[in-house]
Design a protein around this ligand. Structure first.
Ligand SMILES: NC(=O)c1ccc[n+]([C@@H]2O[C@H](COP(=O)([O-])OP(=O)(O)OC[C@H]3O[C@@H](n4cnc5c(N)ncnc54)[C@H](O)[C@@H]3O)[C@@H](O)[C@H]2O)c1
Length: 371
């Protein structure tokens, strides 16, 4: 079987991808014992991080991979077909441009970029390169959200009348681990990239957003640059509406709620996908509620059998989706254009929070060069 070689840049979150594609899926309850892999069309071949401790940790987990602290050295390797980027948000654009210059395809974690200048640079590079890019929007690729999408595509919920998404997570541990999160990005990119992507996935092109944002007590304590309690209303080009919410200083969530949730309100039914309990619920036309709870069946695949572990299944799913598209010359999503459009929506929300006014998305797309 043809496999594409993946080189991972940034081995904190990126280590999850390395493990997800190198290690066999751990058996779950009732599962067969044969050895299977999550992403059969990719192979982990290289890892890169400036921090020697990250390399030590990654090589303990995945010893057969080549490691270096020098990105250029990884880019020069002929066995690397795809570079997967998991460096801090503010470096994504530079790291993508260097990968394109070396002739590599790219997976870039969310958010694709977090400034207008970087969106413009990326758009211009995209005109020149023959390389492809996939945005690693992990939530789309989680089991409950995949099932919900399949049902939506089959028409189960009828016409969508409202889309409501949130991602909430108390982030003191993240500021302690990654200080850049407080000063070098904005929660509208770092955190709300999840619910904003989900809303755009269903509503398509967005015409206008209106956003409000405030600083939580936790954000004030950590001197966080951007508001971390953010609510955004969306008006899509087709007239449909939606909402995204993010709170990164909350106390704790009651266990009935999940960190990421997507509610679809359709003319024939409603549905709720949740991360990370891996539950999916929907109503049928006669009003019966159906609940699918995949946690025990799929936790080996998605969580590596850890208790609510991190993103193994989603990262492998999007790597496999991208590799298949590259190998068969078919479409993949979210691609670079999708990613820039979602950037424009996030940037509109950021500007709306500053001006306290609704902000149209089209002028931002024009500033990027996309209109
Ligand atoms: N669900 C998801 O998809 C998800 C989850 C968490 C984080 N992320 C994203 O992943 C990215 C990284 O987040 P994190 O939590 O791992 O951050 P982190 O600060 O913990 O780790 C970043 C790593 O990148 C390394 N690095 C920085 N610059 C480098 C360079 N020039 N060359 C090589 N290595 C370099 C650092 O040494 C560090 O190990 C962020 O953009 C974040 O938004 C995505």
């Amino acid at each position: 079987m043809t496999k594409l070689g993946v080189g991972v840049l940034g081995l904190q979150e990126g280590r999850t991808l390395l493990k997800a594609i190198s290690h066999p899926i751990p058996p779950s309850v009732g599962a067969v014992t044969e050895i299977t892999y999550r992403a059969p069309h990719v192979a982990a071949v290289a890892g890169c991080d400036l921090n020697a401790e990250q390399i030590t940790r990654a090589s303990a987990d995945c010893p057969d991979v080549f490691y270096t602290a020098d990105y250029d050295e990884m880019l020069q390797r002929t066995d690397v077909d795809i570079v997967a980027i998991y460096t801090p948000d503010q470096y994504h654009c530079d790291h993508i441009l260097r990968a394109f210059a070396a002739g590599k395809h790219v997976i870039c974690t969310k958010p694709l970029v977090n400034t207008l200048t970087d969106a413009q640079r990326l758009y211009q590079a995209a005109q020149r390169t023959g390389c492809q890019l996939m945005v690693g929007q992990s939530t789309r690729f989680f089991e409950s959200f995949q099932r919900q999408r399949k049902d939506y595509d089959s028409g189960r919920f009828g016409q969508i009348e409202f889309v409501d998404a949130h991602y909430t997570h108390r982030m003191d541990w993240y500021y302690d681990k990654s200080a850049w999160a407080a000063s070098a990005t904005d929660w509208v990119f770092l955190g709300l990239s999840h619910p904003i992507d989900l809303v755009c996935w269903y509503l398509g092109d967005i015409r206008e957003v209106y956003a409000t944002g405030v600083h939580s007590q936790l954000a004030q304590q950590y001197n966080v640059r951007s508001p971390d309690v953010v609510s955004i209303n969306f008006m899509a080009s087709n007239g449909q509406t939606g909402r995204a919410f993010g709170h990164y200083g909350l106390h704790e969530l009651p266990s009935a709620r999940n960190a990421i949730e997507l509610m679809l309100y359709g003319s024939q039914g409603t549905s709720l996908a949740q991360y990370h309990d891996m539950r999916y619920r929907y109503t049928t036309p006669d009003g019966t509620e159906v609940q699918e709870d995949m946690l025990y069946q799929r936790r080996g695949y998605y969580f590596n059998n850890e208790v609510h572990g991190m993103h193994y299944g989603e990262f492998a799913n999007y790597a496999e989706h991208f590799a298949n598209a590259l190998l068969h010359h078919s479409a993949h999503s979210p691609n670079l254009t999708d990613g820039l459009k979602i950037f424009a929506v996030m940037e509109a929300a950021r500007r709306s929070m500053q001006t306290h006014q609704p902000v149209a998305v089209a002028p931002i797309l024009a500033e990027i060069g996309l209109a």
